[in-house]
Design a binder for this molecule. Structure first.
Ligand code: ADP
Ligand code: MG
Length: 605
């Protein structure tokens, strides 16, 4: 037997690994299984290179056995195994990756396929996250190799002695300590294995020693869909994979199969889930894999932010996972990844919009938030997918910007007229649509930054809210009359709160409406958002009296009695205000009271 110290100075680094290196305590499962998978891949490679010869019917597998009573978890593989010398070199000398060594040694002879995973970091020692003591029982594939045994109880001392393993391969036993208690639970451990290793390219069997009569469960799928060619996958395949991966039994709307070779490799599938709700309630999930080993969900440093609304998988074998996150950014990795995905997503959307427009219209309510968010957050996204950006009208039709302008530009100029609330702005909407102009709906919080962004991209285009102005199409003939008296009359009764002017509407039913120019309203909204006060400079609402309306015409004659005039002016103003926004409680009270007076007059009492 030989004893020695783990050779990183004289410090015991295991507590550091435990506390600091891995914030996810379940990560040891990933590390030990990927080492086992590497050991098998290496042996397959060696066999392929003629360095060893295995029987033709050799089957490879990893076994994970939980024994709650003995408080152990065993990871066994039938891969290359290790000699005592290799243990000394690869295990004792911490931070010396045997994977790199192997790759270096056989660089020339390596054929394509079968990646070696070993690049996560201080992989093996992560076992001490859950274990107090770890043992290795191993037999190398090499001719006449002797079995070796290694044991370490979490201090800086280890021991090596001859082992008793008779089958080629490695068995790693974790003696679970208090920190790993939760992993002694069958359900928990099984879940963790499936999470990290559900798609690893070697069969993994999970076994519970306590349940003697049940068979070991095969827990992984060696050929995940994302590795297949898109041409070989059916819609059913994609849907099934989605359900399996996300436990989401809603159908995804559509998906994009990613496959990139340069400047780095990436394979994956991105799904567009049904979204419907406002942005904050959308929770996507993009699972990042490296060579079929799960790394993490939604890594913001790697996945472009706007994609976090999607669901899917991305397998990036070239991703240097053990380097710092700031390195990832400075490397331009994220930018290149973004650029590729942005293009793929935009191509898919544009293709759907062009070739399956009816279907695409139906998707729009679900996907519009995602696309708008992408346009605002991701430089260049709007430019690439603008032909797939739709505007839904109050009548339930869907137009691209070009289509909207083709229908309406002649009447309203290079503008998009929108309502931010179909219900409460219905009177305004009616006034416009009865002139044959389409009004679109921009009803969510994201629509404001989105439309501002589009204005910045489209020369001379303006988004105008339906209550911003009495647009020319709504106006009747110009009046030559002098309205000074009429305006003065209103001022006398309703005060100075609003500016007042007179215009002839085409619509003769409505006596008056309130408008607030787009610019002023946006300023106010901004001010509100950032808590700035405008003081006196706050723009006033404008009450536009309809010169073509009977009541206004009667008031303009100046022949109404004092009391009636007051009631009429106040009531016209209140009604205009009501279809613009809510009345204050006091004003509502007066409005109701006045209604009573009017009704009494009506029945002549
Ligand atoms: P890495 O996987 O990055 O090389 P690890 O700490 O996970 O780092 O493992 C160190 C080395 O120990 C591996 O490269 C390999 O040479 C050896 N090793 C670990 N587990 C096994 C195993 N199950 N079979 C054979 N060799 C192993
Ligand atoms: Mg490893």
């Amino acid at each position: 037997m030989e004893k020695g110290n783990l050779s990183v100075g004289s410090e015991n680094i295991l507590p550091i690994i435990k506390k600091w290196l891995y914030s996810d305590t379940d990560i040891f499962v990933r590390e030990l299984v990927s080492n086992a998978a590497d050991a098998i891949t290496k042996l397959q490679r060696l066999d392929g290179m003629g360095e060893t010869s295995l029987p033709a019917d050799e089957t490879f597998a990893i076994h994970i056995v939980l024994d709650k009573e003995a408080r152990t978890i065993k990871f066994t593989d039938n891969g290359v195994g290790m000699t005592a010398d290799e243990i000394k070199k690869y295990i004792n000398q911490i931070a010396f990756s045997g994977a790199t060594d192997f790759a270096e040694q056989y660089k020339e002879k390596m054929e394509a396929g079968g990646e070696i995973i070993g690049h996560f970091g201080l992989g093996f020692y992560s076992a001490f996250i859950a274990a107090d003591k770890v043992t290795i029982n191993t037999l190398s594939y090499q001719n006449n190799a002797l079995p070796a045994f290694w044991s370490c109880d979490g201090g800086i001392e280890f021991e090596i002695s001859p082992g008793d393993r008779t089958a080629r391969g490695t068995e790693i036993t974790l003696h679970i300590g208090p920190d790993g208690e939760e992993f002694l639970d069958d359900y928990t451990l099984r879940r963790v294995v499936k999470k990290y290793c559900g798609f690893i390219p070697v069969d993994i069997y999970f076994e519970n020693a306590a349940a003697k009569d049940t068979d070991a469960e095969l827990v992984n799928d060696k050929n995940p869909l994302w590795l297949k060619k898109a041409a070989d996958c059916t819609d059913e395949d994609y849907k099934k994979f989605y359900h399996q991966l996300f436990m989401d039994f809603n159908e995804p709307l559509f998906w994009i199969h990613l496959n990139m070779d340069y400047p780095f490799r990436l394979k994956g599938i991105l799904y567009f889930p049904r979204l419907k709700h406002e942005l904050e309630s959308i929770e996507g999930q993009v699972k990042l894999f490296s060579n079929q080993v799960f790394v993490a969900d939604n890594i913001k440093e790697v996945i472009p932010e706007f994609l976090l609304l999607l669901k899917g998988v991305m397998d990036c074998p070239d991703l240097p996972l053990n380097v710092s996150r700031s390195f990832l950014q400075s490397d331009g990795y994220v930018e290149k990844l973004s650029a590729y995905i942005v293009r793929k997503v935009a191509d898919k959307l544009t293709g759907l919009a062009q070739n399956q427009r009816e279907e695409y219209n139906k998707y729009w309510d679900d996907i519009n938030q995602f696309i708008k968010y992408g346009c605002v957050r991701e430089a260049g996204f709007y430019e690439k997918c603008k032909d797939a950006v739709l505007y839904k009208s109050t009548e339930g039709e869907y137009f691209t910007l070009a289509e909207y302008l083709a229908r309406n530009e002649e009447k309203i100029g290079k503008k998009v007229v929108y309502a931010s609330n179909k219900q409460s702005q219905s009177q305004y909407v009616g006034l416009l649509t009865e002139q044959g102009v389409d009004c679109v709906l921009l009803e969510t919080r994201l629509d404001m930054p989105f439309s501002t962004h589009v204005e910045g991209q489209e020369d001379g285009l303006q988004f105008v809210r339906i209550d911003a102005e009495l647009s020319d199409v709504m106006k009747g003939d110009e009046t030559q009359d002098d309205h000074t008296d009429l305006v003065a009359l209103f001022k006398e009764h309703i005060g100075d709160e609003v500016d007042i002017e007179v215009q002839n509407f085409k619509n003769t039913v409505i006596p008056a409406m309130i408008f607030l120019p787009e610019e002023s309203r946006r300023m106010q909204e901004m001010a509100q958002m950032y808590g700035i006060s405008f003081g006196d400079t706050k723009a006033k609402d404008k009450l536009v009296l309809n010169g073509a309306n009977d009541l206004i015409a009667i008031l303009a004659t100046g022949n109404t009695s004092g009391d009636d005039t007051k009631i009429l002016c106040e009531h016209i103003w209140d009604m205009a205000a009501l279809s613009h926004r809510h009345l204050s409680p006091e004003r509502m009270g007066r409005f109701v009271e006045r209604n009573g007076v009017i009704l009494k007059k009506f029945i002549g009492s």
